[in-house]
Design a protein around this ligand. Sequence first.
Ligand code: SAM
Length: 269
Amino acid sequence: MSEYQHRARKRFGQNFLHDAGVIDRILRAIRAREGERLLEIGPGQGALTEGLLASGAALDVIELDLDLIPILMTRFGDNPRFRLNQGDALKFDFARLEAVPRSLRVVGNLPYNISTPLIFHLLDNAPLIRDMHFMLQKEVVERLAAGPGGGDWGRLSIMVQYHCRVEHLFNVGPGAFNPPPKVDSAIVRLVPHETLPHPAKDHRLLERVVREAFNQRRKTLRNTLRQLLPGEAIEAAGVDGSLRPEQLDLAAFVRLADQLALHLQTARD
Ligand code: SAM
């Protein structure tokens, strides 16, 4: 094992999986198959990579830490189904993969410091993706899977559920990692919708309404959206302006975004 020794770096969010039982459970949840197209983000020293390749699937990996590249090449470089992309997953151009729509299966024990921007970057490429399996901070998975009405429901839940079905699969304690993180972790499955259940006229306007609404989540919608939408437009969306943002479901936010589209159009004409 000495040839694989590497000191974990905090700035790269490195917590390496070493619990064989947990690794196996993750691989069984993913169930990769021969002929599939996989993309692993942050392979590290290859804890998941090995089992993913053993499935017979073709695997691209993106790793930022230059020191890990020789380790990965020594372990997997001879496998013709393995392709290493060195760089930042946040800047990765998915067009490079030349994947057919809904083919790509994305997996990763993600660096927790960049997990939210990374999920948003992946959502921009949702049409290429069949599903995603991620290890994340448990608290983030709870926000992803939340429903309206509670403190976990917010921008992340709404924008991810706009694009994907979310399943909180299981939790993983700190002892499964080396070094152990300070927080609990969980595995989540995200499956992009084939047809959006609540399509907005313009999803960027949905982003804008949701961001603005949750900027001050304790205030009423009439108050937080004042700069964006007049009270009548909120009513026209069938939304009670005296509610707080966390009381609205995804469909109501989409109606507000569509009212904003109408409002901007009228202001232009
Ligand atoms: N998959 C390995 C495992 O489970 O043991 C490593 C997981 S570790 C939590 C996160 C990995 O992501 C590290 O290997 C780290 O170097 C890599 N990483 C950090 N930031 C990255 C970025 N922006 N793009 C690609 N990889 C990154």
